[in-house]
Design a protein around this ligand. Structure first.
Ligand SMILES: [Fe+2]
Length: 389
């Protein structure tokens, strides 16, 4: 989506005959979004992607959530979550969700033996630890620690870890996009944006898999699920072009906007999605006013739930959090630096913290797994001296 990409062999015009060396026709596929009216790509397959041999039920357990009541700030120690499943999809454990976004953790130790296709919205994967490759019909997308991977709705993919991979997964109900404020009237990233087109990695197209057989694609669409058995290997693409494809962006490439005084979270925006705004806090110099207070002010975001995922470094303004912690600061619930954090921050010139955030504009609910790993005392963590109960 960031910009036009052309990969492999494509004919000189769209929608014309494009022939294989043996004289047969390649199968053109339009990979489009919002019907035919938003970003799209054209793919050329060895064989049609439509040859479906069988469709079976996929009894995917539905994520169950309960309201954040009594409404309060929460801290989830997600490192404690274990899954018996070994691949990147089956090991997903939903933690927080609403109609716009579902947030899960996943721990992939083995490759997926099947493909997966979410046709209900884009997915955003954040790689906390591990490396590997995501195979898609657009090619292979290598991933490493601190990558954001944007997977457009409809992409057929499977995660093939080279090392145990821990990731945070955001399943959106719509498109995950570059914030409008970073783009000029033609869509190009502006000079003032904290990233540039070169920072985004497109998939590398591999030689097409020339194979027929029975290939499993697990399909999900807004709670409706099915297993498709298709005759032609999904990665039989000889070329594609367009604006819609999976891509990677590493947080090392993010050039944070800093200032004389504290910059609010929107200065650190990375992506937008329906009902959700994503930010990243990366190592950066602190504010340079001689009297600047580096840590954030107290606030209560009355319009949104704030979900921070702590990746690495010293989380100066948060007491008790650790790598893999999630804090949910609920709409209207006051929060800010914990006692002593302001004083401790004075005079500091930089931070090494890495954390990613999503703000949601509808209330988030919690899963049972989230409640099981909750630090239930978190909401008291701003109290100067813990009050004896
Ligand atoms: Fe906040």
């Amino acid at each position: 989506m960031p910009s036009y990409v052309r990969s492999g062999e494509v004919p000189h015009k769209r929608h014309i005959q494009f022939r294989r060396p043996d004289g047969g026709l390649y199968a053109e596929e339009l990979f489009s979004t919002k019907g035919f009216e938003s970003v799209y790509s054209l793919l050329y397959h060895l064989r049609p992607p439509t040859a479906t041999l069988d469709i079976r039920p996929w009894a995917r357990p539905a994520a169950r959530f309960t309201a954040n009541e009594p409404l309060r700030n929460r801290h989830l120690r997600t490192q404690a979550i274990q899954s018996d499943a070994l691949d990147a999809l089956e090991s997903r454990v939903p933690l927080l969700g609403n109609a716009d976004v579902v947030i899960s953790v996943a721990q992939a130790q083995q490759p997926m033996s099947y493909f997966y296709r979410n046709t209900g919205g884009d997915e955003l994967l954040f790689i906390h630890h591990g490396d590997g490759v995501i195979e898609t019909q657009f090619g292979e997308l290598a991933y490493r620690e601190q990558d954001y991977l944007v997977i457009p709705t409809g992409t057929i993919y499977r995660v093939m870890p080279s090392s145990p991979t821990r990731m945070l997964v955001y399943e959106s109900s719509g498109a995950i996009t570059i914030p409008r404020k970073y783009r000029n009237e033609f869509g190009q990233l502006e000079e003032q944006a904290p990233y540039y087109e070169r920072d985004f990695r497109a998939p590398k197209l591999k030689p097409p898999v020339d194979a027929r057989g029975e290939y499993e694609i697990r399909v999900t669409n807004g709670g409706r699920n099915a297993i498709y058995i298709v005759q032609n290997h999904p990665c039989d693409v000889v070329g594609w072009d367009g604006y819609c494809y999976p891509y990677a962006f590493n947080l090392d490439e993010f050039a944070p906007i800093t200032g004389k005084l504290h910059q609010p979270p929107p200065a650190h925006a990375t992506f937008d999605a329906p009902g959700a705004a994503f930010c990243a806090f990366v190592p950066r110099l602190f504010d340079y006013h001689p009297l600047a207070v580096p840590v954030p002010y107290n606030h209560s975001s009355v319009d949104c739930d704030e979900v921070l995922y702590y990746v690495s470094g010293n989380f100066m303004s948060r007491r008790g959090v650790e790598e893999g912690s999630i804090t949910l600061h609920a709409a209207g619930a006051p929060h800010g630096p914990q006692p002593g954090a302001v004083e401790a921050s004075l005079g500091k010139t930089s931070t090494d913290e890495v954390a990613i955030m999503v703000d949601t504009f509808k209330p988030l609910e919690l899963s049972e797994a989230a409640l099981e790993c909750e630090d239930r005392e978190y909401f008291r963590s701003w109290v100067e001296q813990p009050v004896a109960k």
